[in-house]
Write a protein that binds this ligand. Structure first.
Ligand SMILES: [Zn+2]
Length: 372
């Protein structure tokens, strides 16, 4: 999910919105100002409806954000780093590095989002019913309450990739101790749920109104598709069981000494090597970064003699240096940022590297292994 628009950071977590949110926000404001609010309290000034509609639409996205923040904060509390939160067409996505290590952790992280929505909805409902205030404001609040309650209930439906699917996953994992079996159960349930929603949408189009039915069909189609994608990712994970880094790496790669200049390196190593990416090493042999043929070619010929590889290198995060016996699955949790996914060291010496191509090959082989 690309963040088209950065909103800033909350509790240190980058928050952004996808462009589809702007379309949905506009649709919500139009339906509130044009139908919902005038239907509830007729005869007010149109400008009043519009102001309230826009405020309500913004509050609706704020409550979506609260749902995602709840996931993110509990994940962080469970020691899983959170990369970002993005709001989009179907709600929010919280991107985490890695997954819960225990069923209990997974259960907590997945449940807290829908519970937040239900709590926000419940509080708004009580205020809308019991608090004194202008009827128009109360009916906007009631709409907000119903949407949040609906959101909480919908997200609890037991199928991946919904929160309820993760709850199901955690429960099956806990009952059977078999994470892969839980993967399959959650993904199948997600596909089944998607098809069910599509069927309900078709029935609604046939027998009542087309608009609500169409929306159900779109959501169902999206769910079934996402569950299928998740199934593939999970299958790859399963096929990677027992596979080590040394099985997938490119062994003994040509290295790029940080102190060499681009001209020397191109004539001595790069022009003879079969690689398109090179680990950059410091004087003591430790990996400090990576450089690609493309990056080398981008240096103007006049500056090739004065640019050192060390200045050109894309820095290598410490977690991208791995041992040969580590499980290959860790690579899936930190997908390749560029051409180089990891550098493999043993006793301080570089014995291999894992490139983006190695990763692609590894995933295809894992899927083959699964279907065989
Ligand atoms: Zn959620």
């Amino acid at each position: 999910m690309k963040q088209s628009l950065r909103l800033g950071r909350i509790a240190g977590i980058p928050v952004g919105v996808h462009w589809s949110v702007l379309v949905i926000a506009a649709l919500i404001a139009v339906s509130l100002a044009g139908a919902v609010l005038p239907g509830a309290v007729p005869g007010q000034a149109p400008r009043l409806y519009w102001v309230l509609a826009v405020v309500t639409a913004v509050l609706f996205f704020a409550s979506l954000l609260a749902h995602e923040l709840a996931h993110a904060l509990v994940a962080r509390w469970r020691a899983i780093p959170v990369r970002s939160i993005t709001l989009w067409l179907f709600g929010g996505v919280t991107q985490m590095e890695g997954e819960a290590r225990t069923p209990r952790g997974e259960l907590e992280i997945s449940l807290v989002g829908p519970l937040t929505s239900l709590a926000v909805g419940g509080i708004a409902f009580v205020v809308a019913v019991y608090a004194p205030g202008p009827r128009l404001v109360m009916s906007a609040l009631m709409w907000l309450a119903l949407m949040n309650l609906l959101l909480g209930v919908f997200n609890l439906l037991p199928g991946a990739p919904l929160d309820g699917g993760r709850v199901l996953h955690a429960v099956v994992w806990w009952r059977t101790g078999d994470r892969f079996r839980a993967d399959r159960a959650a993904a199948r349930a997600g596909q089944g749920l998607g098809l069910l929603l599509i069927a309900a949408g078709v029935a609604e189009v046939l027998f009542t109104t087309w608009a609500g039915g169409l929306w159900l069909m779109i959501i169902g189609w999206f769910l079934a598709g996402a569950a299928g994608t998740e199934m593939t990712a999970r299958s790859a994970r399963e096929g990677l069981e027992g596979v080590r880094i040394k099985d997938v790496m490119t062994p003994l790669p040509d290295l790029a000494p940080a102190w060499l200049d681009v001209g020397e390196f191109v004539s001595s190593v790069a022009s003879r090597s079969h690689q398109t990416v090179f680990p950059v090493v410091a004087f003591g042999g430790e990996p400090v970064g990576s450089v690609t043929l493309e990056e080398l070619a981008a240096v103007p010929p006049a500056r090739r003699g004065s640019t050192r590889l060390g200045d050109l290198a894309r820095p290598l995060a410490p977690e991208r240096v791995v041992g040969p016996d580590a499980e290959a699955i860790v690579l899936l949790e930190r997908p390749a940022l560029g051409a180089l996914a990891a550098v493999v060291t043993e006793g301080g010496q570089i014995t291999g590297m894992v490139t983006a191509q190695d990763m692609a090959r590894m995933i295809r082989l894992a899927l083959l292994r699964r279907s065989g």
